[in-house]
Design a protein around this ligand. Structure first.
Ligand code: F6R
Length: 364
């Protein structure tokens, strides 16, 4: 059933090109994005005043990514909340608010409670869900499925990647309907979107190099992931992938926040993973990398092809191919998933079933 792979997690990572394709292809027709299951007219899309994205864990990391994408592309204000916080914080929402709940299992107790709370307060709820017919899928006003197929490994990979695609499609649709992007702009983005599966495939094929690098860090005590903007959201997911399966402590930090605390934890040899996929932030990131490196950190960078300037501030660089600036998460996360996987493998951890964790969290 693992199809020749040592673990479900590895198999599911390799299924990502397909999960991505299966999630976008039914929604692109004649060069336009059609999301029938959204159940919203163009008029209703124009009337959205605020989006609230509510989820847990990796799905919440997709939420953090979505803030940059929805705001950047469609100019709709976005709040992102952990479901366990949202449900008890008396959130402000009304009929101009679109609540988007994101969940692989569709059964996460806090996310389901947040959905019910939102409906009670008069907001419209859209679910981005992987498991067909799950509780969240049944109770949401509308549901957009991620077509990742069954995910068995506790650490999510392909469902996460499919959730990102759902967010890109929604943001592009909203932006186009609201006149924030032109027909030409939409066409270019769709071309970049459709190029992602092959690019992900290429990054997966770099596994040997990543395994070799990971094997040098099997005894790491702490790892820090830093990024700015959408790269901070990518860092959060990279950090979670590593810690949940390898049991190595790791933290994601907004790079600009380093000097407000975390930098005091950097010692000789501490591994810092710097994610820099946003051209307008390269310079700022490079200076943060120099700061940690001068304090003894070993810096691994994930950046976009062509940004060779990064080499002066990094000890090891992984390049991702060029894509639209809003889609970089889909590519940058691949080496980070592989990194977490190979560290856990090298440490002899139970990769598919990390201790204390459940695939579906049905109690709060
Ligand atoms: C991490 C992971 C969890 C889930 C979280 C939400 O790899 O899988 O953080 O993302 O428990 O689960 P769903 O998406 O089923 O609501």
């Amino acid at each position: 059933e693992k199809g020749g792979y040592e673990h479900f997690m590895l198999k599911e990572m390799y299924e990502q090109p397909k999960a991505i394709t299966d999630t976008f292809s039914p929604r692109i027709k004649n060069g336009q994005i059609e999301i029938e299951e959204l159940g919203m007219s163009n008029e209703e899309i124009r009337r959205i005043r605020k989006i609230m994205v509510v989820a847990c864990g990796s799905a919440a990391h997709v939420g953090h990514t979505s803030k940059y994408i929805f705001e950047g592309l469609s100019r709709i204000q976005v709040d992102v909340d952990l479901a366990s916080e949202f449900r008890y914080r008396d959130p402000i929402l009304d009929d101009g608010t679109l609540v988007i709940v994101i969940s692989q299992s569709g059964e996460t107790a806090d996310t389901l409670a947040a959905l019910r709370e939102s409906k009670k307060r008069g907001a419209r709820v859209l679910g981005i869900v992987n498991v067909v017919g799950s509780s969240i899928a049944r109770e949401a006003d509308n549901v957009m499925y991620t077509w990742a197929g069954p995910e068995i490994a506790v650490a999510t990979t392909k469902a996460y990647s499919a959730q990102l695609i759902a967010v890109y499609l929604l943001a592009m649709k909203f932006a186009h309907v609201r006149g924030e992007i032109s027909d030409e702009g939409l066409k270019e983005m769709l071309d970049d979107l459709q190029a992602l599966p092959a690019q992900v495939e290429m990054l997966l094929n770099n596994q040997e190099n990543i395994q070799r690098f990971a094997n040098r860090y099997l005894a790491a005590k702490d790892v820090f992931f830093i990024g700015r903007g959408v790269d901070q959201a990518i860092s959060m997911e990279g950090s979670l992938k590593l810690k949940e399966i390898s049991y190595i402590h790791s933290e994601a930090y907004a790079a600009g926040e380093l000097k407000h605390g975390t930098i005091s934890l950097i010692e000789e040899g501490t591994l810092v993973v710097a994610v820099l996929t946003q051209e307008n932030l390269y310079k700022k990131m490079i200076s943060n990398m120099v700061e940690v490196r001068t304090r003894g950190a070993f810096v691994m960078a994930v950046t976009v092809e062509g940004n060779t300037e990064v080499e002066k501030a990094a000890d090891y660089v992984i390049y991702i191919p060029e894509t639209n600036k809003y889609f970089t998460n889909s590519l940058a996360i691949i080496p980070l998933q592989l990194f977490g996987y190979y560290i856990a493998l090298g440490r002899g951890c139970d990769v598919d079933k990390p201790r204390n964790l459940a695939k579906s969290v049905t109690v709060e």
